[in-house]
Design a protein around this ligand. Structure first.
Ligand code: GDP
Length: 296
C-alpha cells in the first residue's frame, strides 16, 4: 500500500531535512518532485494540482523559510495537506438509529462486495458485540445468495434464509421484519452487482433504499482499477445517496491513486479498506494514520 509513493517522498524529504536553510527555489523544486510522485501514484490530476498549489503557497512563506527547521516545516505542510486530501477525520459507521440499523452495500460485480459485506458484519459482531443479520438481494447471479450464506457461517454471522424467486425489495422487507422480530441490531443488505452502472441497477438500488431506509449506503470499489474506481464512485454517488466508500484489494495496490483521490473527487469518505481475501482482511480508514504511513 502506497509503497512507491512513500519511497519517492522520503527521497524528496531526506534532501530537505538535512539542510539548515532553504530558499524559495529549493522548496519549489521539492514540490515539483512531490507533484511527480503523486502523479506516478495515479492520483487524479485536478487533485494533484490543488494539493501542490495549496502546499506550495504555505511552504514558501517567510515564516517557513526563516524558521530554524525549514525542512521539517515543509514535511509537516505536506503531511497536513495529505490528511486534508484524504478526508481529515476518521469516519466510523453511523449506526445510531432505532434498531435495526440498515447498511446497504452497493457496487459493481467482482468489486468484492459480498466478501466485504461479510467482513463488516464480522467486525460489527466480533468487535462491537452487535447482533447482525445479512441478506443477499442478488437474484441475478447464480449462487450469490448461497455464497453469502457460506461466508455467514465462516464469520459466525446470521444470514436470512433463502426464499427462491423472491425479488430484491421483498427480500429487503423480509430481512427488516425478521430483524425486528428477532432483535437484531444491524441488517446488512448485499445488493446485486452489475458489470456496468446501468439504469436497471440504479432503479433497483433506489427501490431497495426506499424500502429499507439505510443508515449507511456503502459503495464497494476495487482499488486496483485506479481512477476508474473513482469514476465509478462519482457515477454512483450522483445517483444514490452514498454515505461512504470501501476500497478493496488495497493489499495488491502499490500505487494507491484511488485511495488518494477518492475523497477529493467524490466528497465521500473512505470508511474501510479491504486488505486480503480472508474475512479479517478489513481495516478502518484513518486519514492521519495513512498520511503517517505514507510519509514514514
Ligand atoms: P462481488 O462480485 O463484488 O460480490 O465480489 P466477491 O465478494 O465475490 O469478491 C471477488 C473476489 O475478490 C473474491 O475472490 C474475493 O476473495 C476477492 N476479494 C475481495 N476483497 C478483497 C481484498 O480486499 N483483497 C483481496 N486480495 N481479494 C479480495
Amino acid at each position: 500500500m502506497f509503497d512507491s509513493l512513500s519511497d519517492r517522498l522520503s527521497g524528496v524529504f531526506a534532501g530537505l531535512r538535512g539542510r539548515g536553510a532553504l530558499s524559495e527555489n529549493d522548496v519549489r523544486g521539492a514540490m515539483r518532485e512531490v507533484r511527480i510522485a503523486l502523479l506516478e501514484a495515479d492520483v487524479a490530476l485536478p487533485v494533484v494540482r490543488e494539493f501542490i498549489d495549496k502546499a506550495t503557497e504555505k511552504a514558501v512563506g517567510q515564516d517557513v523559510l526563516r524558521s530554524v527547521t525549514p525542512g521539517q516545516q515543509v514535511v509537516k505542510i505536506v503531511h497536513d495537506a495529505l490528511v486534508e486530501m484524504l478526508g481529515s477525520d476518521a469516519s466510523d459507521l453511523e449506526l445510531n438509529v432505532t434498531p435495526p440499523a440498515v447498511v446497504m452495500m452497493v457496487g459493481l460485480q467482482g468489486s468484492g462486495k459480498t466478501t466485504t459485506t461479510a467482513k463488516i458484519a464480522k467486525r460489527l459482531s466480533a468487535r462491537e458485540g452487535k447482533k447482525v443479520l445479512m441478506a443477499s438481494l442478488d437474484v441475478n447471479r447464480p449462487a450469490a445468495q448461497e455464497q453469502l450464506a457460506v461466508l455467514g457461517e465462516q464469520a459466525g454471522v446470521a444470514t436470512l434464509p433463502i426464499v427462491q424467486g423472491q425479488q430484491p425489495v421483498d427480500i429487503a422487507r423480509r430481512a427488516l421484519q425478521s430483524a425486528k422480530l428477532q432483535g437484531f441490531d444491524v441488517v446488512m443488505l448485499d445488493t446485486a452487482g452489475r458489470l456496468h452502472v446501468d439504469q436497471a441497477l440504479m432503479d433497483e438500488m433506489r427501490a431497495v433504499s426506499a424500502a429499507s431506509n439505510p443508515a449507511e449506503t456503502l459503495l464497494v470499489v476495487d482499488s486496483l482499477t485506479g481512477q476508474d474506481a473513482v469514476n465509478v464512485a462519482k457515477n454512483f454517488s450522483d445517483q444514490v445517496p452514498l454515505t461512504g466508500v470501501v476500497l478493496t484489494r488495497m493489499d495488491g495496490d502499490a500505487r494507491g491513486g484511488a485511495a488518494l483521490s477518492m475523497r477529493a473527487v467524490t466528497g465521500k469518505p473512505i470508511k474501510f479498506v479491504g486488505t486480503g481475501e480472508k474475512l479479517d482482511g478489513l481495516e478502518a480508514f484513518h486519514p492521519e494514520r495513512v498520511a503517517g504511513r505514507i510519509l514514514g
